[in-house]
Design a protein around this ligand. Structure first.
Ligand SMILES: O=C(O)CCC(=O)C(=O)O
Length: 252
């Protein structure tokens, strides 16, 4: 699956499953760093814990897909780890993250796309994320059905994933996390990509000098991590190898 094929699936369904996005030694390294952060209660601050988490932001398995989806002005909104306990009533209920947003025609806009990177497998009875395919095209205000369980949502598709798989989800797609009925905790790294002119949920200044150095040395990383670029407005920002920003003259 190349980035364009992944985007086509995402555009049709409102999500795309990227199988085996991480594997081998790289997956092991990230798993080990994640377990350490879990032990140290630093999952909410992964970027400061290990360079392998910084490297996830521009990872070749999904950044080209996120870039094709969001555009060349893509930037990170946040990145954090999370663990859902085994045998827990930990479902989220069906919802749409962007349903409260006004002034944008969401069925035809990309405002935010979420990325889930799975540290361990999530079995069928685990805390799977599930989607209603195509719901990212529903009209604004389309009501969620009044249902009593996650399972009762018509046409839903549950993501049963392996360690190292990733899922990209349009922020307007109907989705839910199911209760965890399995004996396994669910471990995931969640992040979100937005446009460079939007507000991030992390502070660059809160990153360690070492992490800041990793970011400042690259044009694309400066954009992805929201570091201002002297002489450029946030509207003008583009990743390298993009067509340059061309202001268009309108009106008379
Ligand atoms: O944890 C999950 O699988 C989904 C979380 C969720 O519903 C959300 O991010 O809006």
């Amino acid at each position: 699956m190349n980035p364009q094929q992944a985007k086509d699936i995402y555009d049709a369904q409102g999500y795309v499953h990227i199988e085996k996005a991480l594997r081998g030694d790289e997956l092991k390294r990230i798993q080990t760093a994640f377990y350490k952060a879990e032990e140290n209660s630093t999952l909410k601050d992964l970027l400061n814990q290990d360079d392998c988490f910084v490297n996830l932001v521009d990872h070749p398995a999904w950044l080209p897909i996120a870039r094709a989806i969001v555009g060349d002005d893509v930037q990170l909104r946040y990145l954090r780890g999370g663990v859902i306990k085994p045998q827990s009533d930990s479902g989220s209920g069906w919802h749409c993250d962007l349903s409260g947003l006004r002034g944008i025609y969401l069925p035809d806009s990309i405002i935010m796309t979420k990325l889930f990177v799975y540290i361990d497998e999530v079995p069928e009875d685990g805390a799977c994320i599930a989607f209603v395919p195509g719901s990212h095209r529903y009209e604004l205000g389309h009501p969620l059905p009044d249902i009593e369980s996650h399972e009762a949502m018509p046409h839903h598709v549950k993501m049963v994933v392996q360690a190292g798989d990733a899922v990209l989800m349009n922020g307007y797609t109907w989705h839910a996390r199911f209760h965890n009925r399995s004996d396994q905790p669910r471990k995931v790294i969640e992040s979100s990509y937005i446009h460079a002119w939007m507000k991030t949920q992390f502070e660059f200044a809160a990153l360690s000098p070492h992490v800041q150095e990793q970011i400042l040395s690259s044009h694309n990383r400066r954009q992805l991590f929201g570091v201002p670029e002297p002489g450029q407005t946030d509207w003008q920002r583009r990743l390298e190898n993009s067509a340059p920003h061309q202001p268009v003259e309108v009106g008379i």
